[in-house]
Ligand binder design. Structure first.
Ligand code: PLP
Length: 449
């Protein structure tokens, strides 16, 4: 890894002068200048390497700079960089075919977007037009994106500054046994009570006003809460009972993250619409989309769909999706994610939890794991308060700093660290990461009661 501190300083200086960063107080951030990346690693201009346990924003499922995907982008760039969505373009046709082949049930059509939030926007638009109803139900402890409908659907504090209070969104509680909104003690109770709560919410909102229910199949940023058996099938049944469109948001959980192509495959549940982005092409070129059931597609067979984007199905993005999906299939990358979860990350993280009093719970599947960090395992008091900022967040900031100092790049949200490396991660890389996490957790342990 060559080092070039002078270039690093210039990159950083121009960033600080001119780049306006997401979700940040511009004067309080210190972005790392990154020089390059490969596989599970990236490095800075001083030559310091980091094991990427975040997959960036949980999107580089195929790892950094996969050679087949890089080559496909180069070849597509030489052939046809861009073309309007109204044309049939080979890369776009093939990407849609490969996606439709893998999505569950009869999700046979794909509307392409530039990312996850636009996929959610269009899924909501389709559901409202298909049903003629105004409202959408979504869960607390969720993230669906930062555009208008998507941020209103989001069930975490990032919604608050943008909430108009008039978006036709109603929030409900989804199952989360560790911090049960229903005071349940078993998964069966949690599942049954969550379904009853959802149905009660619909009955009292007025079923004829509800267009859609949207859920992350496995909620991601909000905490990787794997739903109890029967929950998603129960939501499907409720949607069928009241003529409500069931939207699964697989932007983060899809394309191998949970050890299956789609998280919905774990429970054989088929939604009416499924949103995807991130892992579809590991974000090498921005891409997202909505996979659409035959019934909803039929609504727009004779009536125009009132939505579009200049870059819908962008050829460079679609060519990278084709190469990504083919490489994932050829190289058994989804199977690798499942195996690493079962054989290395799951057992390794549970072993860390036994030794570190700051770990309240370990949960997840595949390469999609959360560690709930707590002050006290008995009371489950979070290591930092919900939505902590500034000094209140110091214990998590210290944990994050310890990870980074050791060469591990973690994904941290509130009182949790998520272990979300690429689906391509090797056994030895995963074990190296667990060893670094072990050290950093001693820092979190200092803040326990
Ligand atoms: N939906 C889920 C489940 C996500 O995790 C995200 C992003 O993290 C989004 C939607 C929004 O995607 P994007 O940031 O590409 O707009």
């Amino acid at each position: 890894t060559p080092s070039d501190p002078a270039l690093g300083a210039a990159v950083k200086a121009a960033d600080r002068a001119h780049v306006f960063h997401s979700w940040s107080a511009q004067g309080l951030i210190d972005p790392l200048a990154v020089a390059g990346a490969e596989g599970s690693y990236f490095w800075d201009f001083d030559g310091k390497r980091y094991l990427d346990f975040s997959s960036q924003l949980v999107n580089t499922n195929i790892g950094h700079q996969h050679p087949k995907v890089v080559a496909a982008i180069q070849e597509q760039a030489a052939r046809l960089c861009t073309f309007a969505p109204g044309f049939a373009v080979e890369a776009r046709s093939e990407a849609a075919r490969l996606i439709a082949e893998r999505t569950p049930g009869d999700l046979n059509r794909v509307f392409f977007t530039n990312g996850g939030a636009e996929a959610v926007e269009n899924a909501v638009r389709m559901a409202r037009l298909h049903t003629g109803r105004p409202k959408v139900l979504s869960a607390y402890r969720s993230y669906h994106g930062a555009t208008a409908a998507a941020i209103h659907l989001t069930g975490d504090p990032r919604r608050w500054p943008s909430d108009s209070g008039a978006a036709g969104v109603v929030h409900f509680w989804a199952p989360f046994l560790y911090r049960s909104p229903f005071h349940a003690e078993t998964e069966e109770q949690e599942c049954e009570r969550a379904l009853r709560h959802l149905e009660d919410t619909i009955v009292f909102e007025g079923p004829a006003t509800v267009a859609a229910i949207i859920l992350e199949t496995v909620p991601g940023t909000a905490g990787i809460m794997v739903p109890p058996p029967g929950y998603l099938a129960g939501v499907r049944a409720i949607c069928d009972r009241y003529g409500i469109v069931f939207v699964l948001d697989e932007v983060m959980a899809g394309f191998g993250r949970t050890g299956r192509w789609f998280a919905a495959d774990h429970w054989d549940v088929v939604p009416d619409l499924m949103t995807f982005a991130k892992g579809v092409n590991s974000g090498y070129v921005p891409l997202g989309g909505v996979a659409i059931s035959d019934e909803i597609a039929a609504t727009f067979e004779k009536r125009p769909y009132p939505g579009g984007l200049t870059y819908s199905g962008h050829p460079l993005a679609c060519a990278s999706a084709v190469a990504t999906i083919n490489a994932m299939a050829e190289e058994g990358i989804v199977e690798n994610a499942a195996r690493i979860g079962e054989e290395v990350l799951g057992p390794g993280l549970r072993e860390l939890a036994e030794r570190h009093p700051s770990v309240g719970e370990v949960r997840g599947t595949g390469v999609f794991w959360a560690l709930e960090l707590v002050r006290d395992r008995e009371t489950r008091e979070p290591l930092v308060p919900y939505n902590a900022t500034g000094g209140d967040n110091a214990p998590m900031a210290a944990f994050t700093a310890a990870c980074r100092a050791s060469g591990l790049w973690p994904f941290v949200n509130m009182n949790r660290t998520h272990v979300v490396p690429p689906c391509t991660i090797s056994d030895s890389e995963a074990k190296d990461g667990l060893a670094l996490l072990d050290e950093a957790l001693t820092v979190a342990d200092r803040h326990t009661a």
